[in-house]
Design a protein around this ligand. Structure first.
Ligand code: ZN
Length: 160
């Protein structure tokens, strides 16, 4: 019988002028970008944390330290690929992911199909198993003031 497990991920990155804005594996055109040790792709980071959490494999910072120069500016898609290896080596496969991005600007909705297609390829799962939703925070808080971007992800995995 399959064993099902759930996981959850949460992450925040600061937004600043002069940085690229990677989100969901694609680069958004915007006057600000996300700040971080890696490429600061908050959407990929929450997927990694939700999957690692579901498999009880600690978190993204445990596997890819932000003190390690090896990961400086790294494409988060490489980290996600590595997480998929860890997950599959532990005997699990992805059931589905449900993600919410909190961002005031730019509008995320037009980019969701491209993000889903990119992530499905990186993870080698069906696009139908990746749900991406976006919300503003009605101009409230750090997201509303365009100082940062946050994201949440729930993940279901099952033993194979
Ligand atoms: Zn992050």
């Amino acid at each position: 019988m399959n064993k099902f497990r759930i996981g959850f991920g949460y992450d925040v990155h600061q937004l600043k002028e002069g940085y690229d804005f990677w989100l969901g594996g694609i680069k958004l055109e915007h006057e600000k970008g996300a700040v971080g040790h890696s490429d600061a792709d908050v959407l990929i980071h929450v997927i990694c944390d939700a999957l690692l959490g579901a498999a009880n494999l600690r978190d993204i910072g445990y596997h890819f330290s932000d003190q390690d120069p090896k990961f400086k500016g790294i494409d988060s898609k490489i980290l996600l690929k590595e997480v998929m290896v860890l997950l599959r080596d532990s005997g699990y496969e992805v059931g589905n992911l449900d993600i919410t991005i909190c961002l005031q600007l730019p509008k995320v909705n037009p980019h969701i199909p491209a993000m889903k297609s990119c992530l499905a390829e990186v993870m080698n799962v069906s696009e139908n198993d990746i749900s991406i939703k976006a919300t503003t925070t009605e101009k409230l808080g750090f997201v509303g003031r365009q100082e940062g971007v946050s994201a949440y992800c729930s993940a279901l995995i099952y033993s194979v």
